[in-house]
Ligand binder design. Structure first.
Ligand SMILES: [Zn+2]
Length: 221
């Protein structure tokens, strides 16, 4: 097995994204199981393979673009590019084709837009699509998990939140709605953390002191 293939299948076994330490151990296991060589320099070889095969790296060989590095999330966290496919769009939002034109006009108002930035997809992959609040994940027919990324300080005016991992929390659709609508406070102790992704306490404070009170204020109007 080629080295890049070993790294690819190791990452696949690890659920798509993992810290380097776990990748080294899994590559070793994969290669031993295949009767392939496991030199002393295995860690260096694996690091090079990740970089050679990733357009995120300045050492990219421009042949295959298999891996992504999660810049800004934490050094030494790598993932399979195929694991950050965009989430499926809601079927009730797809334009109707002429053949199934409705007999009556349906008025659709979209209140909540689910933003799926590339960074959000990387962070979701890092959490293997599990809600950081309740642990839930929706299993899609193609075997992938489904979850959503919430920008704690909302993107755009007037909040101008950032699209950085420190401002992103991975949640199930229920918790996403509750956070969007200011229906719950965020407490650090209730949030599941994974290596390489730290949520900023300033974002959490913003949610609790600006978003939630604003929602309550609107409710009283
Ligand atoms: Zn949840």
């Amino acid at each position: 097995m080629n080295w890049w293939q070993s790294v690819e299948s190791a990452l696949d076994n690890l659920g798509g994204v993992a810290p380097l330490k776990a990748i080294y151990a899994e590559v070793r296991r994969v290669r031993e199981a295949n009767g392939d060589t496991t030199p002393i320099s295995l860690e260096e070889v694996v690091r090079k393979e990740l970089e050679y095969n990733s357009s995120d790296s300045s050492n990219w060989h421009e042949r295959r673009d298999l891996f992504f590095s999660v810049h800004g999330i934490g050094k030494g966290i790598w993932g399979l590019r195929s694991s950050i496919k965009a989430a499926p769009a809601a079927s009730d939002l797809t334009p109707l084709s002429e053949s199934d034109e409705p007999t009556q006009t349906i008025e659709i108002t979209i209140n909540r837009v689910i933003r799926d930035t590339l960074m959000a997809r990387k962070v979701k992959a890092l959490h293997h699509c599990k809600c950081q609040i309740c642990g839930a994940s929706i299993l899609l027919p193609d075997g992938r998990g489904y979850c959503e990324a919430h920008h704690i300080v909302p993107l755009g005016a007037p909040h101008k939140g950032s699209d950085l991992p420190s401002n992103i929390i991975v949640v199930c659709p229920n918790h996403h709605a509750m956070l969007d609508l200011g229906a719950m406070d965020l407490r650090c102790n209730d949030i599941t953390a994974v290596e390489g992704h730290a949520i900023s306490s300033r974002s959490i404070e913003y949610h609790n002191t600006i978003i939630v009170p604003a929602a309550k204020g609107n409710a009283l109007k």
